[in-house]
Each structure stands twice: as C-alpha cells, then as structure tokens.
Design a protein around this ligand. Sequence first.
Ligand code: VG1
Ligand code: CO
Length: 543
Amino acid sequence: MTVVTVSKGPFEGQKPGTSGLRKKTRVFMEPGYLECFVQSVFNAIGGAEGKSFVVGGDGRFFNREAIQTILKMAAANGAAMVIVGQGGLLSTPAVSNLIRQRGTDGGLVLSASHNPGGIDADFGIKYNIANGGPAPENITAGIFEQTQNITEYRTLDAGDVDLAAVGTTSQGDMVVEVVDPVTDYEALMHTLFDFDRIRALFASGFTMRFDAMHAVTGPYAKAILEGSLGAPAGTVINAVPSEDFGKGHPDPNPVWAKTLMDEMMSDTAPDFGAASDGDGDRNMIVGRGIYVTPSDSLAVLAANATLAPGYKDGLAGVARSMPTSAASDRVAQKLGIASYETPTGWKFFGNLLDAGKVTLCGEESAGTGSDHVREKDGLWAVLLWLNILAETGKPVMAMLNDHWATFGRNYYSRHDYEAVPTEAATAVMARVEDRLSDLTSQSFAGLKVTSADSFSYHDPVDGSVSHNQGLRIGLEGGGRAVLRLSGTGTDGATIRAYLEQYTGPEGDHSLDAETALADVRSAMLEITDMEALTGRAGPDVRT
Ligand code: VG1
Ligand code: CO
C-alpha cells in the first residue's frame, strides 16, 4: 500500500456556495477535480493526520466512486478512521448525527441535494465540522483559498473498500467502519418523539403518503414509518434511492412533487402527506386539501413543539433565514422567546444552536430542524408534525386555520427565475441596489416602500459579519419583497424573489397565495425591471 503524491491543480471555481461545492457531474469526474477539492479541505483544517471523519452521500450517480476516492485520500493523509454508510448511503441529517454521536473531527457529505442527479446532472460535496454542521464561512473561505493554490494531492495506490456489508474493515492503515445508515438516526428520533402515540394514530386509521422521491430518505422512511410506527405498506412511495432519482428532480415542493400534491388535493386524499429531497434534509408538508408553506410549518411547529417529548420543556428561541416569512417571529413573540434572522444557508444556524440560543430553525426552502443535529432534517419535521397531530387529533387544515386565527397569516410565495444569464441576473440585483437609498420615498404598483436595505448579518455568538445577504424591501400594509441570487445552481444564475403579505388574525385567510400577493409581485416587478432586464415574462418555478 503506497502513498502516492499526484501533481495536479489548481482548478478554477472551487468556491463553496450556500451549501458546499456544486457542479455538473462531469466536472467532478474530470481527473483530479474531486481530489483537489478534498485535499484542499484537509489542508484547510490543518491536515487529516490522526483524525476521524464520517463520509456518506445521497446515492446519486458518482457517489460510490467519490467515496472510494475520499477513503484512499483520507488514508493517504493519515486519518485514523472513517465511518461510512452501508453502500455509501447516509442522509445529511444522519451524517450530522453520526459526527456528533461518535465525536468525529468532521465529515464529508456527497450530495447536490435537491438538484437532479446523473452523469449530465449535478454532483456536490460539503464539509461539516465537529459540531455536525456545515462549515461556517471562515472555514469555507479557507478551503477556497487552498483550492486556488493547490499543486498536489495525496492518495493511496490501493483497491476499493467493500462497503456492501456492515462491519469494520480498513483502507491502508485507516480503520473503515461501515454502519447501517438508519439505526443511529432512528435511535435519535426515539429520544425526541412519542412513538407509541404516533403508532396509535396510524392504528386508528390515520392515513399518510410519504414521497421519498427516489432519494436517500426512502430507507429511513420505510424503516421508521412503515416499520416502527406501523403505517401500512405503500405509505412510503418511491422509496428506493436511485442514481438519477428516477429521472426526477428530488425537490420537495408543489412543482416537483406534483404527483403527491395531486393526490393530496383529490377526493381520496390521505390525512397527511410529506416528501423529502435528494439528501433528506428538506421536507414538504401537505394536509388533505391544503399545502403548508415551509414558513408556516416552522411557525406551527414552534407553536406546538412542547407536545412532543423532546421539546416538552419549551424552546430557547427560534431562528429563521431572512427570506423566510415572519410567521415564526410572531410565535416567538407570543411565547416570550427570542427570534433570530440569519442569512440563507444552514451554516448560519450552527452558532445559535451551539450557544443554546435557539431550539428550532427553519428556512422557506423546505428546511426545518432543531438542536438534535446541526443540519436541517426532513424526516424529523415529518415526525414532529405526526406527534403534534397525534396529540391534538386535529386535521392539518384545522391546525393551520386555528394558527392563522391566532397569529394572522403571512401569505408567501417564492418566484424563481432559473438559468438566467449571469450578466442579466447581476443587472437585476444592481438595478435594485443602485436605487435602494431612494426607494423609500416612492410607490410602486400603488404600494409605498417603507424600508429598503441590503441584509448584513451580525452573528451574535462569534461577532462575525456577513454582508450582501439579500435585498429587502418593506411595503406598506405588511408586504415584503426580498431578492437574492441562488448559491446552489449550476446553470447560469437563478434569481429568487420572495414575496410576503401579512394579514392579521381578523383578516381573510382563505385567499389563494398568488392572489393575495399580486400587488407585492407587481411592485417587485416594477422595482427590478425584471422583464426588461431578463426578457422573462414570468418565473420558472413558484413555490
Ligand atoms: C438553497 C435554499 C437555501 C438552502 C440551500 C441548501 O440555497 O434557498 O435555503 O439552505 O439551498 O439546501 P440557494 O442559495 O440556492 O438559494 V439543500 O437541501 O440544497 O442542502
Ligand atoms: Co438537501
């Protein structure tokens, strides 16, 4: 077993985005591309010597090859041990849990999350630190710096490790522990939720459909929902992870999980529906006849979390990303707990969770989680919903109507303009940025602008500051439009326009969201000159 040093690099553009490095799969398959990034990670953390890591991915095309490459490189860099999911599979929250539970120095997650998979689709890699969460900005900046200067990487001239069976094996001098992907994760869920109660709910005839979207959550959902909780076989659909997600787009929203949405809006809808994404950290919640926006889901979970054993002592605080609606802020206010507004991306929640300032976190992009791990967690959110539904006995629709009657409703929708030429997308942002300071004296589509700024986040724990995290425009009458560019795409640029309109407890909560947001949308289009600058008459995706 010889350690080989290969002269290679640097590669351009290996800059981690909102959630790690994402590129076309073929880019990752270029000789040395993945290797240079992985070596840069090791270099940025002071080497891998004597360290232990968790490695796993969502099973997409190139997952297995990438894992074997990483095992050889970790061994060649002197790592003591790597824990890998059987067959190379681990959901993102399961990686986070294993890092924490086993006290490893960090982990590598192989996924492009909700992006499609396949040789002509997307691949990704993300480094997580010892708290189980995504590396914060100072570390990703260090990794990027290494990628710009790298000239060689170390690997092992060795065969592949057999990842098919659970057990301990080795790569060179490094111990490789192959674990069942589900066992430890499920054990954690048992500490948080009342499984007996949820089992009784299913036994009473409560029906559910969970769409795993051919992605990594399939085995987890099968084992937990149909196995431990006794939901009937067939509750979980598309449960076998496939390399190209059944040629689908593993993004749990009404557009990409349309089959589930259609079933939930039909006469034969089950009581409860849910879906999760490629790597299992996102969730979509839908009740019979009603879609729950992720922002509302966070608010409802925050308001009712104490019904689940893991949260019975109350919440320390709630955090949401800036573009997420303010619905959870109202809950926090009523509960008398702190609320925080962070930039987009789970890495910004890590410090707040570590410091015990918040218990629940969420993003409008279908991410919800708590201090049980340091990633968002799709199945966890589904189980918390189930625990709450089991305790209250209310249908999802009643839960939401009651919530809005108490707190008011934050109508919400995100409009994505995808694969826009980078110059055009930059022009839209520049157009708004240039006029930010004088927007507040003007009206658009009949709405007066009450505030306008570029969001900067001051981390209350480590004092770090992150600028340019999105443009916020407040409108009279409780409206808000937020604009930012995606940091996870691989085709041109994606402009995200986040639209919100608040209606108080006494207001009309029965409107269609796009109708309620029509004025805010018109104002956003005028302020951005969207159509003129991008040539797009409307968004590609509304969620
Ligand atoms: C998107 C979402 C963001 C989420 C990120 C990673 O980022 O908006 O809320 O944290 O994806 O989610 P962006 O920069 O494209 O808007 V996942 O499930 O891809 O790890
Ligand atoms: Co994801």
